[in-house]
Design a protein around this ligand. Structure first.
Ligand SMILES: Cc1ncc(COP(=O)(O)O)c(C=O)c1O
Length: 430
């Protein structure tokens, strides 16, 4: 494995709270689907920017000029990370939710009311409610939801194809379900959208920490992710194709610039969030340096920075796949009654299809209430997890408004997985 013990220890050392919480309590942090822990480089850069360039942009003194530098460097880092053609295609916002509303308002201005929007049954509501607002205002005729293959928690691609037609103006999908962990076949869906001339939009919030995200390879029109799901501060980023960012007319105040990305940005920027995200990208460059001997001759078509980030995210994805393997095998190992499994997983469980999922698992244990599982995992295993509603439409579809979920990232370890499984086994058997 590329992630040897030494590297894993170094990675954990780069996250001030990977091993213990602020009380010094050792615990395994498995609530990453809700928010990830911050990496040291991001926290330090954020604090420094807060202090050294808290002035507003556009003036001649140093703090102001430095604020501009920090913002530009943050955009460049995000552009490298997403393989975007230029930093000016990166719009910042308060959250993915605010960026989606901003985008839907702008697209809504272009519509006549006869169009439809196609999405899926496993979106986060961030990628549903903004389109519902348009529907309620008569800006679109209908929202169409691609069904799921309920048993395995994947998209019914045949149905998705069927609901796209010449009136489809937007095809908007998450890159992975934050309930099921399922990855979306984005390339295929992007092609379907292009065939009818619809915008292809990607909600990358859940998948962003788990593998590569390449806006040019996807040929998507827009893509959104959030810093707090990627080891950074709050604050989110939208990539948009230049021609769309130029053409769309977002809601804005009159004196602000008419050029992208600024015309989409509501109010004064938080320069510290740009410093933080650059810190995260530096963390990935560091990981890349540690594993790059495994990648000789690979990704050579990209410039140095982009290649380095591709390598880091590929190595992370491979490491995380071992979590999925161990967790699914471990669930299976907890004996059930007759042919009924004791632990029911919502999402792909096939060990041969690990590359189709992120290490995010919603599950239930027969006859044990969700809050008991959460409390006992915490008490007996030091596992930080939760049961809840993750604003996933899939939770409506499965009628599971409250469900246990764990989600792992690259600072977790197989040792932690082992402890989790031991604790879960004892909960299931008691
Ligand atoms: C897939 C997905 N999309 C969107 C969001 C919302 O992101 P934000 O809180 O930045 O609005 C989340 C948060 O959990 C998510 O998992």
């Amino acid at each position: 494995m590329m992630f040897n013990q030494e590297l894993i220890d170094q990675i954990r050392a780069a996250f001030p709270r990977a091993v213990t919480d602020f009380n010094g309590r050792k615990r395994a942090f498995f609530d990453n689907g809700t928010a990830t822990l911050v990496v040291d480089k991001a926290a330090e850069a954020e604090a420094e920017a807060r202090i050294n360039c808290s002035a507003n942009v556009g003036a001649i003194f140093d703090e102001s000029k430095q604020a501009e530098v920090v913002i530009q460097e943050g955009r460049e880092a995000v552009a490298d990370f997403l393989n975007a053609p230029s930093p000016s295609t990166i719009v910042s916002g308060e959250s993915a939710t605010s960026l989606f509303f901003n985008l839907s308002y702008a697209i809504g201005k272009e519509l006549s009311g006869s169009e439809n929007v196609v999405t899926t049954d496993y979106e986060h509501y961030t990628n549903i409610s903004p389109w519902v607002e348009l529907e309620e205002r008569g800006r679109i005729q209908q929202i169409r939801y691609a069904k799921l293959n309920m048993e395995e928690g994947t998209l019914d691609m045949k149905h998705l194809q069927e609901i796209i037609d010449s009136n489809t103006k937007v095809v908007t999908v998450t890159s992975a379900s934050n309930m099921l962990g399922t990855k979306t076949p984005l390339e295929e869906i992007g092609k379907m959208a292009k065939e009818v001339g619809a915008y292809f939009i990607v909600d990358a919030v859940h998948h962003i920490a788990h593998g590569q995200t390449d806006v040019q390879a996807l040929d998507c029109d827009f893509l959104v992710f959030s810093g707090y799901k990627l080891f950074s501060s709050h604050g989110s980023y939208l990539y948009g194709k230049k021609e769309h960012l130029d053409a769309l007319k977002p809601f804005k105040v009159k004196p602000s610039t008419n050029d992208p990305p600024g015309k989409f940005e509501w109010g004064t920027r938080n320069q510290a969030m740009f410093a933080a995200i650059k810190g995260v990208i530096e963390h990935f460059h560091w990981i890349s340096g540690e594993v790059q001997t495994n990648y000789e001759g690979k990704y050579t078509e990209y410039d140095e920075n982009k290649r380095s980030l591709k390598i880091a995210m590929d190595a992370i994805e491979k490491y995380e796949m071992e979590f999925s393997r161990a967790i699914l095998a471990g669930f299976d190992d907890i004996p059930g009654l007759l042919d009924m499994p004791k632990v029911k997983v919502y999402g792909l469980t096939d060990l041969k299809r690990l590359s189709e999922r992120d290490p995010t698992f919603s599950f239930e244990v027969a006859n044990v209430p969700e809050d008991v599982i959460v409390a006992r995992l915490w008490k007996e295993g030091g596992i930080a997890a939760r049961a809840g509603n993750y604003y996933s439409y899939a939770q409506d579809v499965y009628n599971k408004p409250n469900i246990n979920r764990i989600s792992l990232v690259h600072y977790n370890t197989l040792e932690e997985v082992k402890i989790f499984l031991q604790a879960l086994k004892s909960i299931a058997n008691s």
